[in-house]
Unconditional design. Structure first.
Length: 318
């Protein structure tokens, strides 16, 4: 459950009074998510998401994220915009945190995607990249390749407290990824966290892409690689479903296209995504505050994915 900051009913009612979106009826903390505090808010005018931005989200980056969402929505992508109050202000402060009132999108995230759902999700990413081709703002990837070794060193030997030998395992994976990284590939604005829980669906139709708070400027095919690792394994990382990965890539290729050199780079981009999520999960495993209502994610699930990519190689992306 990700609720780091409690919002009192009185503070929320005062917050909503600044908007033209009705009066507070109910608010519930949302169980999913690990980064921010999210509430499902019902008012007399409808349903909304209230997000209070926590640890990894820098308030100075919010204008980038909100501009990206407006840009995508204006081009017909199903993404949630942050709603302005009566004075046209979308970024607020609530309970001491930066906060936004956000459009609620219908749909559910799937836990075990089918090939048809993976194809649709890959295509939704392709349409997103198409729409972002003329998005002018730039944001450096705060979890990009240059941050991995420093984060590894900050975790240090504490990694072995998560699992014996993990320090050496991550060190090997990091060296391998840094040596093979296809840094020459085309860049663009990417989501950088399009896991199944950030794609809302009804049946085989994508109804929403959410959670843009890692979005940044980086290698465009890296977005697809992140998605590949998140979608084509079970949650433990022990079981790989190659057909799901192929469907994702096929959907993306149909909607946006994939250069031969991007396809060739997917193996090392996917291995890099494993290192990135392994490290952030390991850091969170070691540093999550005791009282936080959040379910920590297993870092080892990404070591298993890395090993699968290492063994199976480029055949997975053919
Ligand atoms: N705009 C939205 N419409 C509908 N549900 C949403 C929306 N934003 C978030 N949610 C719900 O809240 C959950 C957590 O949101 P998310 O942005 O993934 O949190 P976090 O940033 O903490 O990872 C999602 O899994 C989804 O169930
Ligand atoms: N997707 C990341 C963590 C970020 O969580 P999200 O709920 O914001 O997608 C992971 O699985 O490690």
């Amino acid at each position: 459950m990700a609720v780091y900051t409690q919002v009192s009913a009185e503070a929320l009612a005062r917050f909503l009074a600044g908007f033209d979106h009705g009066e507070l009826v109910s608010a519930k903390g949302i169980a999913e998510g690990v980064e921010n505090s999210n509430y499902l808010v019902d008012t007399t005018a409808g349903r909304f998401i209230l997000t209070l931005y926590e640890k990894r989200v820098n308030a100075g980056d919010l204008p980038f994220f909100l501009a990206m969402l407006d840009h995508l929505a204006a081009r017909g992508n199903a993404v949630p915009r942050a709603l302005p109050d009566r004075n046209g202000v979308a970024i607020h402060e609530l309970e001491g945190r930066p906060a936004c009132l956000i459009e609620f999108l219908p749909g559910v995230s799937v836990s075990h995607p089918t090939e048809a759902q993976a194809f649709a999700a890959g295509a939704a990413m392709g349409r997103m990249h198409e729409a972002l081709a003329d998005f002018a703002l730039v944001r450096e990837n705060s979890m990009g390749i240059d941050t991995w070794r420093p984060l590894f060193e900050r975790c240090g030997r504490d990694l072995d407290g998560i699992a014996p030998g993990l320090y050496d395992g991550v060190g090997f994976a990091l060296d391998d990824v840094l040596a093979g990284w296809p840094g020459h590939l085309p860049t663009g604005t990417i989501h950088a966290d399009l896991f199944p829980d950030n794609v809302l669906m009804r049946g085989d139709t994508v109804t929403g892409l959410i959670d843009f708070y890692f979005a940044c400027t980086d290698i465009r095919a890296y977005d697809l690689a992140i998605m590949h690792g998140a979608w084509s394994f079970d949650s433990t990382g022990a079981q790989i479903y190659p057909a799901i990965g192929q469907a994702l890539i096929a959907g993306y290729q149909q909607a946006f296209g994939l250069l031969a050199e991007e396809r060739a780079g997917l193996l090392y981009l996917s291995k890099g995504a494993c290192v990135r999520f392994l490290l952030s999960r390991a850091w969170d495993w070691l540093n999550t505050p005791a009282g936080a209502m959040v379910t920590r994610k297993d870092p080892l699930a990404y070591l298993r994915r890395f090993k699968a990519y290492d063994i199976q190689g480029t055949a997975l992306f053919g």
